[in-house]
Design a binder for this molecule. Sequence first.
Ligand code: NAP
Length: 373
Amino acid sequence: MRRWRPGRQTGPAPPARQLLKPDGIVKYNRLCDKPALNTRRSNSVMEQRPFGSTGATVSPIGFGAWAIGGNWGDVSDDAAHATLNAALDAGMTFIDTADVYGDGRSERLIRAVLDTRDGPRPFVATKLGRRLSPHVADGYTADNLAAFVDRSRENLGVDTLDLVQLHCPPTEIYYRPEVFAALDRLVEAGSIARYGVSVEKVEEGLKAIEYPGVASVQIIYNMFRQRPASLFLAEARRRGVAVIARVPLASGLLTGKMSADTHFAADDHRAFNRHGEAFDVGETFAGVPYDVALDAVDALRALLPGDVPMATVALRWILMNEAISVVIPGARSPEQATANAAAVDLDPLSPALMAAVKTLYDERIAPHVHQRW
Ligand SMILES: NC(=O)c1ccc[n+]([C@@H]2O[C@H](COP(=O)([O-])OP(=O)(O)OC[C@H]3O[C@@H](n4cnc5c(N)ncnc54)[C@H](OP(=O)(O)O)[C@@H]3O)[C@@H](O)[C@H]2O)c1
């Protein structure tokens, strides 16, 4: 059985360390106007950020567990275990999942992995609501919410869920205070420690944080989805609401590895939801048309040095905004998980690079997404 002792992990050294020179410092000279951009990774304990005003702290890079549940092509149980273990070995202390990822498979895999590890338990956020069929506002009754919570408690093997998020509910839900009152009662009952929302649109986030019990908002925020920065993030921070940045790599586009020839399996949403056939198209490639996105990635590549992975820079870009509590890249292999963890070690991006990324967004991407979400 594997045993987890933070700071004294056993097992193979995370591949992220391959980035390090013997002195533990990597210099990425061309990323910034500064003399050098350094990463330091002396052990696998990450700095922590406060999770809003909840009192909890979490690693700024967490683990998005959708891909280990389903909808991303085949990910075997063994691969899922290895990937999540690699993320935790690299110091991630936050996991995002949902009751519908693989219809509970993601939650059960997380339980199975955590059962094999010692040390402090990571913060596990799950979501509910999408098991409703049809998925309509009237289904968000107190009884249904309680039943969904009980199923996730069972799947995750806990008495109290750390965080339950309404999973992109119909917009009307944000105008039904009785739903939030029902969540308050679940907190009082002890079956959830706190609750939040996962939203599609900036305005849903702004409405949600009018409810004092909403501890967190999960929203798409990445180099290709910049609108949250223009008004939502500052307001969330002002109110002490934690922000979880999802789809940080635009479903993998912002790794720079994709091309017009990239093949996606039939059961991968990047094949079957390219035009929003199954759920909101914004969840697939952040809603950017694939050809437009590939051109923009080429332009982005020209702004970056060749010696830092684009994914690392894309994740660090998100962390530049202090309102962000945690970024949750998905991963399908241990190598991806450890590489993503290394983003916390990258020096801040320069104002010149930040401005260039904003210009690229304004000129190439905004016309396709800015007024939609
Ligand atoms: N409605 C909601 O609440 C909602 C919706 C979407 C996502 N989420 C959450 O947000 C999380 C993250 O979003 P996401 O998984 O949709 O998208 P993402 O994080 O933008 O992209 C993940 C994909 O990028 C590729 N990748 C990741 N790290 C890489 C690396 N270092 N190098 C190369 N490729 C890498 C992998 O795809 P391949 O290797 O297959 O190419 C991976 O599956 C999800 O896991 C989920 O927890 C929530």
